[in-house]
Design a protein around this ligand. Structure first.
Ligand code: ADP
Length: 262
């Protein structure tokens, strides 16, 4: 049995997966803090513990994500674009569009026959990223993982007109002061973040199947708003936040095979 590890060192969370023979997931771990923290090491220790293995059992450790060059024990690194494409193809072999919304950036990746052919990325502005949801959930006094449940109680469609996270934060604070319901604001927040992502996705073109990856894919309100605004069904998985780590573990297995041939 060949074990490989993928470690996705993100801006807000660290995710890790161990695969057996490049196929079967035997361990996973997620620590909700990112690069520059104890997160990478804790995700590394956590995934080994989950799999009941030690580092000596791992044939190749491949890192990806924003902090991929900062982990000394890595055998290699790969861009998160390639890893998200690879991981999404593992979960949904017929995927043609990947929308990855993480803590600090958003990427739309076009895939043809299992390989990335084009991409668009926004890492200049927080408004279309998880950061926007993190800021808004703090003001609404709700955990980011419960923002969708709050929005589901909305009865009135409101819009957040500011296109910048900082101005949108002031706008939401003033709406709260005027007595606008938190549920309606939460729903408005989902539609606002989605509008930014749709703008990016249209630049590249949307082709079915559309798969959403990254931590924000766990927010059912954003997934619903995205599918409504794109007019395409959007697929997610329980493993959405792990997709980069999964792709990294698959690439790690390919590295082991190449090494064996040489
Ligand atoms: P990165 O790789 O940039 O660190 P992730 O893909 O791990 O980012 O996503 C992190 C973002 O996901 C957070 O900023 C947060 O907004 C969102 N998130 C994390 N967990 C949840 C959850 N349970 N429900 C909804 N959103 C979540």
């Amino acid at each position: 049995m060949i074990y490989t590890m993928g470690l996705d060192i993100g801006s807000s969370a660290c995710k890790s997966i161990i695969l057996a023979d490049g196929k079967e997931i035997v361990g996973k771990s997620l620590i909700p803090v990112g690069t520059g923290t104890s997160g990478p090491m804790r995700a590394f220790d956590g995934v080994l513990k989950d799999a009941g293995l030690t580092i000596d059992d791992i044939s190749y450790l491949l890192t990806t994500g924003y902090g991929r060059n900062t982990f000394e024990r890595a055998d290699g690194q790969m861009s998160e674009l390639s890893c998200h494409a690879k991981g999404a193809c593992y979960l949904f072999p017929d995927v043609q569009t990947v929308i990855d919304i993480g803590g600090q950036d958003v990427k739309v990746i076009q895939i043809s026959n299992g390989a990335m052919v084009n991409f668009q990325m926004n890492d200049k502005c927080a408004a279309g990223t998880g950061r926007f949801l993190d800021v808004m959930s703090r003001i609404l006094e709700v955990d980011v993982s419960d923002l969708d449940k709050l929005a589901a109680q909305s009865t009135e469609q409101i819009s957040i007109s500011s296109t910048c996270t900082v101005f949108a934060e002031s706008e939401v604070i003033s709406q709260l002061a005027k007595g606008v319901h938190k549920a309606d604001i939460a729903n408005g927040v989902h539609w606002a973040i989605t509008a930014r992502v749709v703008g990016l996705a249209r630049r590249i073109g949307i082709r079915d199947r559309v798969v959403m990856t990254g931590g924000v894919a766990q927010n059912k309100g954003v997934v619903h708003a995205l599918s409504q605004q794109l007019k395409h069904e959007v697929s997610t998985s329980d493993l959405s936040q792990y997709v980069g780590a999964l792709g990294a573990a698959i690439y790690a297995y390919a590295k082991v095979q190449t090494q064996a041939q040489n």
